[in-house]
Ligand binder design. Structure first.
Ligand code: NAP
Length: 488
């Protein structure tokens, strides 16, 4: 792929920014139907961008004071007559009340900025509905993903992209030109059939985050219950000790690193499964199952949630010595030692264990922050593919190994201490090691030269059992063709 190709967006949506066919449009008169929040912000932005604005209202006298003095506020029919491009800043349910304007709107461009209150609320999109009411006009869907607030504060703040679609290329180009002059980045979403998708975008609540959030909550709940049983319920039942005060900080703080650590390993596990599948089938052209595809697509969000839990764990850990319960315990221990006349309480092994696991934990958190920062689009865009994959793949894997060291040094020899098995339940950290160690082991195996070579060949297009055509010269000098297996 040439450098030029790499610079193009991977998705089919074409950004119109920098299009040589687009000429500056300021000075043109733009019409706005409606005098609500969106219409007002739009008028302000249009005026600031050098357009002449004429607002069509049912009650221009009352509404005029709400608009900048440079904008003309008049009756709807009057406003529409003065322009070729009209933004319809009116709710869908009121479109039919505009039908009287059909004649004056004929041949003009109508920009449908409307949103719905629910995803796929109506059978056809609002823009298609508007087009059906005004067949003599050209409808362009656009600007609905930009809020009135973003319009007011200008494109320097908030979302810069304006998604546009229409069946008429010329009309689409005109609206894109207006968006660009206003400081937005027009994105061509194709023909009118995309309007439904564009109208759904502002209604979606973190679509890429749903699965990772549920995963993190599920893991949190499981580990929290497990830790609660071990740290609170067990002493209460077995020794009648009230340790419920541990729930808000200690139990949460032992749960967070478990979630962070397992989530981090879940970022790398789908890659391992994908490699296994490629090795097993001997091809990279076989589609992964849908669940694996989904999982691969959510790795960024899973990684960010892992970082979030690790950061919370660091903050909770800082707070541990601040707690009143901790101070009482310290004093209690000191008094006990004084009574028992114990002078030297220094345990060399414990000191080293703590020093090492804290240091390793801090390094792991630092690496996780690096991964999180480089996954931000603005930073990721400044890296080339090799730099990005080095950070996300190699440094990410190092972060997983270091987190494993943090967990192991935290646990030390306690996995072999039978007092640690409350209700026969092993310490939580031993459970968390399961998936990460599997991932690390698999990565080590994949790096063995014989397996690495095979994977590399597969990823370059080699296929197991694939037959390739060969051509041999015959005794008569003519060429005969045949087939052979490429993996012989
Ligand atoms: P709004 O404040 O309620 O304004 C709607 C305007 O529609 C009214 O001010 C009214 O102006 C006009 N209108 C024309 N015919 C009407 C009728 N029969 N009944 C009632 N009003 C009528 O709404 P808005 O927030 O500006 O939203 C306008 C459109 O922009 C909606 O389609 C919305 O989905 C879209 N949008 C809004 C935002 C946002 O942040 N607010 C963002 C994206 C898209 P006159 O009384 O002067 O005629």
């Amino acid at each position: 792929m040439s450098g030029g190709d790499m610079a193009k967006p991977l998705l089919g949506h074409r950004s119109m920014e920098g299009d040589p066919h687009i000429t500056p449009a300021s000075g043109r008169t733009i019409g706005v139907l409606g005098s609500g929040d969106f219409a007002r912000s739009l008028a302000v932005r249009l005026v600031c961008s050098g357009f002449k604005v004429v607002v069509g209202s049912r009650n221009p006298k009352r509404k005029a004071s709400l608009f900048p003095s440079a904008a003309e506020v008049t009756f709807q029919a009057d406003a529409v007559k003065k322009t070729d491009v009209v933004f319809v800043a009116v709710f869908r349910e009121h479109y039919s009340t505009l039908c009287d304007l059909a004649d004056v709107l004929a041949g003009k461009i109508l920009v449908d900025v409307s949103n719905n209150t629910e995803i796929n609320h109506h059978k056809e999109s609002n823009a298609e509905y508007l087009a059906s009411l005004f067949p003599a006009s050209t409808v362009v869907k656009g600007f609905n993903v930009v809020s009135a607030w973003t319009l007011q504060s200008g494109a320097r703040d908030g979302n810069k992209q304006v998604l546009i679609c229409s069946n008429n290329q010329e009309a689409k180009r005109t609206v894109a030109e207006i968006a660009q002059v206003m400081g937005f980045t027009p994105v061509d979403m194709g023909c009118m059939s995309s309007a439904r998708e564009i109208e759904n975008i502002p209604l979606r609540l973190l679509p890429a985050w749903k699965i990772p959030i549920f995963l993190a909550l599920g893991l949190f709940l499981c580990f929290f219950t497990y830790n609660l049983v071990r740290q609170v319920i067990h002493p209460y039942i077995r020794e009648q000790k009230n340790k419920f005060y541990k729930i808000p900080i200690e139990v949460v703080n032992t749960t967070l690193p478990c979630v962070a650590y397992v989530m981090l390993s879940l970022v790398y596990l789908p890659g391992v499964l994908a490699s296994c599948s490629q090795l097993y089938y001997g091809t990279k052209y076989r589609r992964f199952p849908d669940w694996l595809d989904q999982w691969l697509q959510h790795r960024k969000q899973i990684g960010l949630l892992s970082f979030f839990c690790a950061a919370l764990h660091a903050m909770y850990s800082f707070c541990l010595p601040m707690r009143r319960s901790h101070r009482y315990q310290l004093i209690e221990t000191a008094v006990k030692q004084a009574v028992e006349k114990k002078m030297n309480i220094w345990v060399e092994e414990e000191v080293w264990r703590m020093e090492i696991y804290l240091s390793v934990g801090i390094i792991a958190l630092g690496l996780l922050s690096l991964l999180a920062i480089t996954s931000l689009p603005s930073i990721a865009n400044s890296l080339n593919w090799r730099e990005f994959s080095f950070i996300q793949s190699t440094i990410g894997f190092v972060a997983l190994v270091i987190s494993t060291l943090h967990t192991l040094t935290y646990g030390w020899s306690r996995a072999f201490d039978e007092n640690q098995y409350k209700f026969y339940l092993p310490p939580t950290y031993t459970l968390t090691l399961l998936v990460p160690c599997t991932v690390i082991l698999a990565k080590v195996v994949f790096n063995l030269p014989c397996i690495q070579q095979r994977l590399l060949r597969i990823r370059r297009g080699w296929e197991k059992g694939r037959y390739v055509k060969f051509v041999l010269p015959s005794a008569t000098g003519e060429y005969s063709s045949g087939e052979t297996s490429s993996n012989v």
